[in-house]
Design a protein around this ligand. Structure first.
Ligand code: GLP
Length: 237
């Protein structure tokens, strides 16, 4: 795993450039996208700078996860998040943007088939939860998991409650790409900003590869870069 420690703005710039270069090489590339606060800077930079550089007309996107039971139009849905922070501000065709809950709900692993039939994810963006989750793959999720329904842990519900009017409004379940689904991406970038992530990053770097630390599976992938700001890298020294 490559590790890059830089200021947030610089990391956002590097990832944006990476994505633009990929689109220049392959205009119908497939991006794997994450939600949460962490990738917001990358999305903003893409929106502010894509014109005159690239077009997203032929790009396809697959989001990592979505809350279970929330309507697409709900302001807390990840559909809404992506529309507000990225899709409405670039020239992407919304028919090329996919979410795991768009799939027939009796077999979510069809999402993995859909990704595969579109050529697989070329570039996957990930954040990380304080408990080491990626997507909504909570500690204990099988490394062999494909897209599935996950039960959210209390710490994840607490962390995400900041977006809802109260903790009770946070859905207790989500549909998420599995760990095996994520590992199928050709290139992965995982981003962690802030001191709240320092402990998880320390466990990720210095700990074992273990299902108790979902992100640790990334150590088995051959093309992963972990981007950290100084605060997230604090406990590594
Ligand atoms: C949520 C998302 C994850 C994200 C994590 C961290 O649980 N499902 O994909 O990585 O939160 O979010 P943040 O970037 O806001 O810290």
């Amino acid at each position: 795993m490559n590790i890059v420690i830089k200021k947030q703005e610089l990391i956002n710039e590097i990832i944006t450039k990476d994505i633009f270069n990929l689109i220049i090489k392959k205009d119908n590339c497939v991006l794997g996208l994450a939600t949460g606060t962490t990738p917001l800077g990358v999305y903003k930079r893409i929106c502010d700078t894509f014109k005159d550089k690239v077009s997203f007309k032929n790009v396809k996107t697959f989001n990592l996860d979505e809350y279970y039971g929330l309507d697409k139009s709900d302001i807390n849905s990840y559909h809404h998040f992506m529309y507000e922070n990225l899709f409405s501000k670039i020239d992407i065709d919304l028919n090329n943007t996919y979410f795991p809950n768009d799939i027939a709900c009796n077999n979510y692993s069809l999402y993995d088939e859909l990704i595969k039939s579109n050529g697989g994810i070329d570039y996957q963006i990930l954040g990380i939860g304080r408990n080491g989750h990626i997507g909504f793959n909570e500690p204990g999720t099988s490394f062999l998991s494909l897209t599935h329904i996950s039960e959210l842990q209390d710490s994840t519900i607490n962390d995400n409650a900041r977006f809802f009017s109260s903790k009770d409004d946070v859905p207790s379940k989500a549909i998420t790409m599995g760990l095996k689904s994520i590992m199928n991406a050709k290139k992965i970038v995982i981003i962690a900003f802030g001191k709240n992530k320092a402990l998880a990053i320390n466990r990720l770097i210095n700990g074992q590869v273990d299902e108790k630390m979902p992100a640790s599976i990334l150590k088995y992938h051959k093309n992963v870069t972990l981007f950290l700001d100084e605060d997230a890298a604090k406990k590594l020294k």
